[in-house]
Design a protein around this ligand. Structure first.
Ligand SMILES: *[C@@H]1O[C@H](CO)[C@@H](O)[C@H](O)[C@H]1NC(C)=O
Ligand SMILES: *[C@@H]1O[C@H](CO)[C@@H](O)[C@H](O)[C@H]1NC(C)=O
Ligand SMILES: *[C@@H]1O[C@H](CO)[C@@H](O)[C@H](O)[C@H]1NC(C)=O
Ligand SMILES: *[C@@H]1O[C@H](CO)[C@@H](O)[C@H](O)[C@H]1NC(C)=O
Length: 378
């Protein structure tokens, strides 16, 4: 890299960059919560310091625009900026400064804000293995702005870094391990965390200024998080559908099969399912749709593209960005993900297949690889 552009870029990075706002009809408030499941010892904690399973979630609340005050908050906390800076340097070879200094807008509910008449369905989300919920916040906020109560989750000791509200943090002790069955073990732990959230959902939503339909739950995720969505729906019938963004399927679904409504969003770089792993797709016996999004790679489904597009990156990194994150723009991939998740929610929760059936007409990048969704004669 030429030194002058790097310096120019790092110089520019000291100013805060405001990420683009959400586009849906609702304003969005966010709060982070720490959860402790006292019924489980943390299976990943060091044997010298055993403790009950403790993890983090973020709640994204759709609010009437007039019921809250717009505020700007850092995209990452100072400790998260340091940790994820190390991560992108070692995993992607890009300067840590590229993910530092971003801000997002949220809407803080007024003290007098009361629950309106709307009742919002629940969407639970998990990111890629080793990654964090905080690197999908733009995506989660956009989905919430369309009228969904979104819960994003972090899974300590597997995520590279998780920070708790008391300032403590947990670094991964599983990254780089490759023991047989590890991915399945990690997905199982994630799914236990999600089931704990669902068990306690009524309590979690009780003091929020919105009404939540705690019987209307779908789950989606990226990579390992996509596997966990399918696994949780397989284990727990309260999860009514699973959408998997580019995640392999392993674990009991392969042996036993699953009837849960399922959408797979694949990247256009490598088809992980065909021809090599058709049994993953064949394990889903219910309504299902496999869509491939043109111009994507496995990493496209994170917030990284929207970060880099918003501030701009040095010209010499553009080719690298296209290799790692694809050619689709950051705003556009969030639009396609949001459109796919809301269409899937309409199908699962309201029985309406027209949104799913129309995705390839709505988005020119969306190609239906296989459609087993009944209805609409399309
Ligand atoms: C609620 O509080 C906001 C901000 O304090 C104020 O502007 C608004 O008038 C209040 N609304 C009601 C109905 O009291
Ligand atoms: C994974 O483990 C095997 C032994 O079980 C080892 O031979 C291999 O090098 C390891 N791969 C990585 C990427 O660590
Ligand atoms: C809550 O969601 C369930 C499942 O989609 C639905 O059957 C029910 O009608 C919803 N309840 C309300 C009050 O919207
Ligand atoms: C994918 O996008 C590229 C570039 O925009 C285009 O040339 C190509 O035809 C598209 N492929 C499909 C299958 O739509």
């Amino acid at each position: 890299m030429k030194v002058y552009t790097l310096l120019a870029f790092l110089g520019g990075a000291t100013a805060q960059t405001l990420l683009p706002g959400s586009t849906g009809p609702y304003a969005v408030s966010m709060r982070n919560i720490a959860l402790t499941d006292n019924s489980r010892w943390d299976p990943l904690a060091s044997q010298d310091e055993p403790h009950k399973r403790r993890f983090m979630a973020s709640l994204f609340l759709p609010l009437a625009p007039g019921s809250c005050e717009q505020t700007t908050v850092p995209y990452l906390s100072p400790a998260e900026e340091v940790a994820w800076g190390l991560y992108v340097e070692s995993d992607f070879g890009v300067p840590a400064a590229m993910i530092a200094g971003y801000e997002m807008e949220y809407c803080q509910p007024f003290a007098n804000t009361t629950k309106g008449s709307s009742m919002f369905p629940v969407v639970i989300f998990g990111g890629g293995g080793g990654g964090s919920r905080v690197l999908y916040s733009v995506q989660a906020r956009e989905l919430a702005s369309q009228g969904y109560f979104v819960i994003t989750t972090d899974h300590p000791y597997e995520a590279f870094f998780v920070e708790f509200p008391d300032g403590s943090s947990v670094w991964s002790n599983t990254l780089g391990r490759n023991d047989t069955g590890l991915s399945h073990t990690l997905s199982q732990i994630r799914s236990d965390d999600v089931i704990y959230i669902i068990d306690n959902l009524d309590t979690i939503v009780s003091d929020l200024p919105i009404n939540v339909n705690t019987s209307a739950i779908i789950q989606y995720g990226h990579s390992l998080g996509g596997n966990t969505a399918a696994l949780t729906a397989f284990r727990d019938s309260r999860v009514l559908g699973a959408l998997d963004m580019d995640g392999h399927i392993f674990g009991p679904i392969l042996e036993e099969g699953s009837d849960v409504p399922f959408v797979l969003l694949g990247n256009s770089d490598i088809n992980y399912f065909f021809p090599d792993n058709p049994h993953m797709w064949e394990s889903f016996h219910g309504p299902k749709l496999y869509g491939i999004i043109n111009g994507t790679t496995h990493q496209t489904f994170t917030d990284f593209s929207v970060l880099f597009d918003t501030r701009g990156i040095p010209p010499e990194l553009i080719e690298f960005k296209e290799q790692v994150l694809g050619t689709i723009s950051g705003i556009r991939i969030i639009e396609l993900i949001t459109g796919s998740v809301t269409a899937f929610a309409d199908f699962v929760l309201r029985g309406s297949p027209s949104g799913l059936k129309g995705l390839d007409d709505l988005y020119e990048e969306f190609e239906v690889y296989e459609d087993r969704i009944p209805g609409c004669n399309k």
